[in-house]
Ligand binder design. Structure first.
Ligand code: 0WE
Length: 255
């Protein structure tokens, strides 16, 4: 059994019980970590706080990772409350809905900017704020998707953002390695979350992914949480800069 007692983890990206952030938070908490769980805004507070109550010793914080001052305020509060930080989970992505359908060539300049700002720059910003608190080393992780490397219809500008995010993980890993802070990405297969719900053909996509995957099924949030727990733990102390696939093997298939 992995034991994270005495460790503190901050998780970004809780929207509701279907969030990948929630699957990860549950696994880290069950292993004994103390959790600080962040939701984007006041609109999400009630639902998020109801979930956070379920995890012993966990606290909720509001932080929009696209706003520098909110990141500053959050990390000041985390330093006051916990002194030290061990784990950071970034499970945040956004592109304007118009840019996640139709032809890629019609991607707007503003949609491109927003997708990269919210989904990629935010990882740099929270990592920079977290690193000084990771005084005993640390583990930073983010969520990516296979469409970063091969075309998935309609994922469009988010695919570019995820390609950039995977490169960002390597640059952060190289820079933070000397402080014994590891940085990795988890490439999850498609899951029915709030972020995936807008997609017209999600049901068809889930079925096609399950049919093609070696394990003949879809992955769930708690299975992503299991790999996040491994990355948070001392079982992975030599793993950094990697993208780990949690997709029932989908990515290995060529046909
Ligand atoms: O990364 C994602 C979803 C990210 C996402 C979702 C939305 C929907 C609502 C980012 N921005 C927005 N903006 C909105 O307005 N996934 C891996 C799930 C996903 O999203 C897709 C997929 C899959 C899978 C979009 C098109 C095609 C496939």
């Amino acid at each position: 059994m992995i034991n994270l007692s005495g460790k503190t983890a901050v998780v970004f990206g809780l929207a509701n019980k279907r969030s990948i952030a929630w699957g990860i938070a549950q696994k880290l908490s069950a292993a004994g970590a103390t959790l600080a769980i962040c939701y984007q805004n006041e609109r999400m507070r009630a639902e998020a706080e109801d979930l956070i109550k379920e995890l012993p010793g966990a606290s909720g914080f509001q932080c929009d990772v696209s706003v520098d001052s909110e990141i500053d305020t959050l990390f000041t509060a985390l330093k006051d409350k916990y002194t030290k930080l061990d784990v950071l989970v970034h499970a945040v992505a956004y592109a304007p809905a118009e840019d996640l359908k139709g032809e890629f060539i019609n991607t707007s300049r503003e949609g491109f900017r927003i997708a990269h700002d919210v989904s990629v720059y935010s990882l740099i910003a929270v990592s920079r704020a977290a690193a000084p608190l990771m005084t005993e080393g640390g583990s930073i992780m983010t969520l990516t998707y296979f469409a970063a490397e091969k075309v998935v219809p309609n994922y469009n500008v988010m695919a570019l953002a995820k390609a950039s995010l995977e490169s960002c993980v390597r640059y952060l890993a190289a820079g933070l390695g000397p402080k014994n802070i590891r940085v990795n990405a988890i490439s999850a297969g498609p899951i029915k979350t709030l972020a995936a719900r807008g997609i017209g053909a999600l049901g068809d996509m889930l079925k096609a992914a399950a049919d093609r995957a070696p394990l003949k099924r879809n992955v769930d949030q708690l299975e992503v949480g299991g790999v996040a727990l491994f990355l948070a733990s001392d079982l992975s102390t030599a793993v950094t800069g990697e993208t780990l696939y949690v997709d029932c093997g989908y990515n290995i298939m060529g046909f």
